[in-house]
Design a protein around this ligand. Structure first.
Ligand code: G4F
Length: 405
């Protein structure tokens, strides 16, 4: 991808939601982006890249989505709540000086709960697609911080939708909904039509956001859709989620840097996919003519205990589980050492026993299906963790799928 010289010469490492701070060069004048000149064997062709805005861009999923959109020729603006020094780790490969995408990406800092600032941001960025991934994402934390969770997860989407209605009703919105909305359901696998039954503050807030998208779509004819996302993991997953916690512990125990890992509910079953697969589905959802909600899942479910077994196996350690309940332990079969223990502090007051989604609709209407299986996911996470151990706590080198960069 090649940008105009104006954009190439600009520095796009940081800006804020306040328009006075937004660099205003080559600003697109409509829903589409600035004009870009491309050389094609001597014949100049002109294309007009689309402009996307990713809310929550510095999270795991936001960073993969950014990679995907950039590889498709989009100009990508991202909003993050966090402060950063040079640039956020998960976007280092996009924002560093050697990145071919540096001039096509703009990072803004702000909060989706600031309505006026959100409106100003939308007015300046003029996106044709907005992806709302911005919210507190820990189910466990939502029990300790229910009100702030409901605000960021539930009210945040009202702000985003109202800002779209204020600025340009033609903007397409993707909302990250969650399998957590199905909570205590007894329906397996869950489909788009499965009745919700949330059982955490996080899940209640996600359901509120989910219903808000449907309501605004039906009331105002907006192109607003929810992807009901099942657990999606990767080497970029935050350390507080169970997959990263287990993989990191397995690698550290292998290298003698840690003795054991304490976990909560080992019986819980989750449908774990790869975030890089899921962002493809999210993008496809905004390319349809008519807005539709979709389940985004692998259709396969495993217990936390199984994930532990697979992750330790991937680093060459065979684990054998003994006892049950809070007395359950995982033994290193080769040494007899206890390497997994249960600590009730990681239990939640309530949670879905099993999540498993049926993505048939996504397969039929979007031709989407996941490409990375659980074994490949774990292998990638282990490799990245080993790399971080050797090179310090830095994100692993990233190659954007589908790009020459
Ligand atoms: O990795 P988790 O914390 O993810 P959880 O709660 O399923 O939520 C994730 O997926 C949802 C669906 O996409 C998202 F909406 C949400 O934002 C988030 O991305 O926990 C997975 C399972 C749970 O059943 C939990 O009880 O692992 C169990 N678990 C057992 N021990 C643990 C632990 N979870 C964590 N985080 N830490 C433990 O020590």
């Amino acid at each position: 991808m090649r940008a105009t010289s104006t954009r190439e010469s600009s520095t796009r490492e940081s800006s804020t939601m306040a328009p006075k701070h937004i660099e205003d060069d080559a600003r697109p004048s409509s829903c589409v982006g600035a004009r870009v000149e491309r050389g094609d064997e001597g014949a100049a062709a002109t294309t007009t890249p689309k402009v996307a805005l990713v809310l929550g861009v510095t999270g795991q999923t936001g960073s993969y989505l950014t990679d995907l959109l950039l590889s498709k020729g989009y100009i990508v603006h991202g909003l993050t709540h966090s402060t950063w020094q040079n640039y956020p780790e998960r976007l280092r490969h996009v924002m560093c000086a050697s990145s071919p995408f540096r001039s096509s990406f703009v990072l803004h800092q702000g909060d989706i709960l600031e309505f006026e600032a959100l409106v100003r941001l939308f007015e300046h960025v003029k996106p044709c697609e907005i992806y709302n991934l911005a919210a507190q994402s820990s189910v466990h934390l939502s029990f300790q911080q229910p009100l702030s969770t409901v605000k960021s997860v539930g009210l945040g989407v009202f702000n985003v939708i109202e800002a779209i209605r204020t600025v340009n009703q033609a903007i397409k919105l993707f909302q990250a909904s969650s399998s957590e909305i199905f909570g205590k359901t007894k329906v397996f696998p869950q489909r788009e039509t499965t009745p919700p039954c949330p059982c955490s503050p996080y899940a209640n807030a996600k359901l509120m956001a989910h219903q808000a998208v449907i309501m605004h779509r039906e009331a105002y004819g907006l192109y607003a859709v929810s992807g009901i996302l099942y657990n999606h993991e990767s080497s970029r997953r935050g350390a507080n989620f169970v997959t990263q916690k287990i993989v990191t512990a397995a690698v550290r125990i292998k290298h003698g840097l840690q003795q054991q890992v304490e976990l909560g509910n080992l019986n819980s079953r989750r449908d774990w996919g790869h975030a890089q697969d899921f962002v493809v589905c999210m993008w496809k959802m905004l390319q349809l003519d008519e807005p539709e909600d979709f389940i985004v899942a692998t259709g396969k479910t495993h217990t936390v205990r199984q994930f532990v077994t697979f992750a330790f196996k991937a680093v060459g350690i065979d684990v054998e589980f003994q006892n049950s309940g809070t007395e359950e332990i995982g033994i290193n079969k080769a040494t007899g050492e206890v390497i997994v223990k249960v600590d009730p502090k990681y239990f939640r007051p309530d949670e879905p026993i099993q999540t498993v989604g049926d993505s048939t609709k996504a397969f039929e209407l979007l031709q989407w299906q996941p490409e990375i299986d659980l074994a490949q996911l774990i292998e990638e996470m282990v490799t990245a963790c080993e790399w971080r151990l050797i090179h310090g706590d830095k994100q692993t080198p990233t190659r954007i799928r589908g790009s020459a960069g």
